[in-house]
Design a protein around this ligand. Structure first.
Ligand code: ATP
Ligand code: MG
Length: 356
């Protein structure tokens, strides 16, 4: 006789969700709470159980600068569309003036002159749509800078998922994931110098700290707006171990860039890039700035290291199939081309795990 009930398990993994999680984690180190918050809303969309008349999901990302808030929105877009540039990004610093509301919804019907095409048109919102993917992703960056009218506008979007733009056109947000990012309550506070906000304090009094931050957000953005947001996530400051992993991500991005150029641009040499642990620690030292998260690290890899490598390419010191070795010598980065078949000794000296 068959039993009356069959146990089911909501923690059973789904390949689609697992793949999205993996791809976001590859690009964004740590911040797992925020990744899971996105996945919670995404699952509802996959099941078709999102609430009609509301956006697919809304998120308030709070936290210090340079810790992955904007990067995660891009990582989500990359996971969804395979292209992180498909996000409709609204930078609120450019919208702090009252009249900039016309930039978002267009000029009023009575307006004579050049009609401004609204940023929040349906076409713009749905720029990432393909035959298979019918999801829109939009982000309000530095939301604390937004004018109160824009905050009111967003409240309406979250409440009704519809907005009337100029010429009486409607933009529907029912297929949209909407993000707001902000440093509210943090940019003003020097995290490392304020007695109440020392990093150790942030960890030990995490809950109290998060409550305080959310209260600041309620005060600044209105309790109604914060109340309507589905997921409110406080991003964590990055640890040194996480910065090491971020450096690995950035070095891999560099390798991808080289490979991409070699496969599409004639005359660009395809070469391998090896960086010793000592050189990585040196780069970390240059890029480690607790007040800026990983922003400075990106500058060191993306600008300084890349400028040196570019110089080697344009002076034709790198040939196809070379291996470029970046080492440390007398407290400076030293570049050498490794002879074919040579054992890269420098790589194995004092080797240690990047996770340590
Ligand atoms: N957790 C992370 N994982 C991987 N890379 C990161 C992470 N945090 C920051 N970065 C790197 O640092 C850069 C800046 O981070 P990001 O733009 O996400 O900052 P943010 O948290 O949005 O800060 P802000 O509040 O100043 O806008 C990213 O482009 C990325 O290269
Ligand atoms: Mg940002």
């Amino acid at each position: 006789m068959s039993p009356a009930y069959r146990d089911v398990d909501p923690s059973k993994s789904s390949p689609v969700v697992d793949n999205l999680r993996r791809s976001m984690r590859e690009r964004v180190i740590g911040q797992t709470e925020a990744i899971e918050a996105i996945l919670r809303m995404y699952k509802k969309n996959l099941a078709g159980l999102n609430i009609p008349g509301k956006p697919l999901g809304s998120f308030l990302f709070l936290g210090p600068t340079g810790v992955g808030k904007s990067e995660l929105v891009k990582a989500f877009a990359e996971g969804i569309y395979g292209d992180s540039s498909k996000v409709l990004t609204i930078n609120c610093t450019e919208l702090s003036e009252d009249h900039f509301i016309t930039k978002l919804i267009g000029s009023p019907p009575s307006y004579v002159g050049d009609a401004v095409e609204p940023i929040l048109s349906q076409e713009n919102l749905d720029r990432g749509h393909t035959d298979k993917v019918k999801i829109s992703i939009m982000v309000f960056e530095e939301f604390e800078k937004a004018d109160y009218k824009i905050k009111k506008l967003l409240l309406q979007i979250l409440e009704e998922a519809v907005l009337v733009t100029n010429k009486n056109r409607k933009t529907n947000f029912e297929r949209a994931f909407i993000f707001m990012t902000s440093n509210i309550g943090l940019r003003e506070i020097d995290v490392s110098s304020q007695p109440g906000f020392k990093p150790a304090k942030i960890t030990s009094d995490r809950e109290r700290f998060e409550k305080t931050l959310l209260n600041v957000a309620r005060r600044e953005f209105s309790p109604e707006l914060v109340g309507r947001v589905n997921e409110k996530v406080i991003f964590k400051p990055l640890s040194l171990a996480e910065l090491r992993l971020i450096l690995e991500v950035q070095i891999n991005n560099l390798r991808r860039l080289i490979l991409g150029q070699a496969s599409t641009r004639q005359g660009f040499p395809q070469f391998s890039l090896l960086i010793t642990e000592e050189a990585k620690e040196y780069i970390l030292g240059l890029g480690w700035n607790p007040k800026e998260g990983a922003r400075q690290l990106r500058h060191v890899v993306g600008d300084i290291l890349l400028a040196d490598i570019s110089q080697l390419v344009i002076t034709e010191q790198i040939q196809p199939n070379d291996t470029l070795l970046v080492n440390l010598d007398s407290s400076k980065l030293k570049y050498s081309i490794q002879a074919v078949g040579a054992f890269p000794e420098a790589l194995f000296k004092n080797r240690r795990s990047v996770r340590s």
